[in-house]
Design a protein around this ligand. Structure first.
Ligand SMILES: Nc1ncnc2c1ncn2[C@@H]1O[C@H](COP(=O)(O)OP(=O)(O)OP(=O)(O)O)[C@@H](O)[C@H]1O
Ligand SMILES: [Mg+2]
Length: 325
């Protein structure tokens, strides 16, 4: 401390205190060097890093911040003695998107059906928003399905009802809304999915992709917290596939909807996924963030990624062969 500052300090504190303070300050100045402070800071940083690493090891940090909204814990199911899922665990936080990947027949759709209670697992726990659901009866499961809903590939729309009436259906079922409120909501939902011009059409006159968008609008009318999609981009052209992807992303960003998307389409997964579950041979071969999945060196994952050929071609090194010079 400078002499001037010490003097100023002395005036405000009185002689007794001044002396003690001076001694303490002198001691501080004499013993605390910049190097020591730097060392102390480094020790503190190392300690903090150690504590964070330990906490993350015990429970990933994102779990502490956002407890899982949907949690599969060691879920197993076998059909006719043939195991399809063997102690599969994954979770997805509120507002996150999980993509389930894997080859045909590995149990992707089965996982969704278990989650909706259409299939009962042989063992394991499944919770939605902290509530264990694997033991619920059908009536209680119907309640859960209001919060966690599914968009089926064919849309599962009522053929005899117009698009507008299809979307109004869950709103009417819920009750408590006047007809003009229902009409307004239908208009807004159709706007949201970019299909305002289809309100009076029958589902039979829609393309597969359009049907899927309407099915998403109808699912939204029930105000779910999570939406499950089973291969939403199969049988639609790449532009419609992109629209559906944009829509799923918008629902996440604008409405905070949690999504689980089963897909074979790696490009689609890369655009949407926060988390990836890769099923192979009945087990969760990988579960974690998308970037870790893309860097994963597990040969099964590498083979899947190579099969899907999502990677851009590697730059050609050396001279390039010229055809028909
Ligand atoms: N109800 C059932 N009874 C008997 N076996 C079933 C039943 N449901 C599913 N399976 C079997 O479970 C396995 C996994 O089926 P699932 O439909 O989940 O595959 P998937 O991963 O969705 O495949 P894909 O990519 O072809 O849709 C398949 O071998 C299927 O035959
Ligand atoms: Mg399937």
């Amino acid at each position: 401390m400078s002499a001037a500052r010490k003097k100023k300090h002395a005036k405000s504190t009185g002689p007794g205190l001044e002396e003690t303070l001076d001694t303490e300050l002198d001691e501080l100045e004499s013993t605390t060097t910049v190097e020591e402070l730097e060392e102390a800071a480094a020790t503190a940083s190392a300690l903090i890093a150690e504590v964070v690493a330990e906490a993350e090891h015990n429970a990933p940090l994102r779990d502490i911040i956002a407890p899982p909204f949907i949690d599969f814990n060691k879920v197993s199911i076998a059909f006719n003695g043939r195991p399809v899922l063997d102690k599969v665990s994954f979770h997805v936080g509120r507002g996150q998107t999980l993509c389930i990947l894997g080859r045909s027949g590995v149990g992707k759709s089965v996982s969704l059906r278990i989650l909706l209670g259409f299939l009962k697992p042989d063992s394991g726990c499944i919770s939605v928003d902290g509530q264990e659901i694997s033991t619920l009866n059908e009536r209680d499961m119907q309640e859960i399905r209001k919060h966690v809903t599914m968009v089926f590939q064919n849309g599962a729309l009522f053929d005899s009802l117009s698009v507008g009436e299809n979307i109004a259906f869950p709103l009417r079922e819920k009750g408590g809304l006047a007809e003009d409120q229902i009409e307004q909501l239908v208009t807004r939902l159709l706007d949201l999915v970019g299909a305002s011009d289809t309100v009076n059409l029958l589902p039979s006159s829609l393309s597969t992709g359009q049907k899927r968008c309407i099915a998403i609008a109808r699912a939204l009318a029930a105000q779910p917290e999570a939406i499950l999609y089973d291969e939403p981009t199969t049988m639609v052209d790449p532009i419609m596939g992109r629209n559906i992807g944009d829509l799923i992303q918008r629902l996440k960003l604008q409405l905070g909807i949690t999504s689980i998307v089963v897909t074979h389409d790696m490009r689609f997964a890369i655009r949407l996924a926060d988390l990836v579950l890769f099923l192979e041979g009945g087990v969760a071969r990988f579960f974690g963030p998308l970037d870790e999945f893309l860097r994963c060196t597990d040969p099964e994952v590498e083979r899947f990624l190579a099969l899907d050929a999502y990677l851009p071609p590697r730059p050609v090194r050396g001279p390039v062969a010229v055809l028909n010079p």
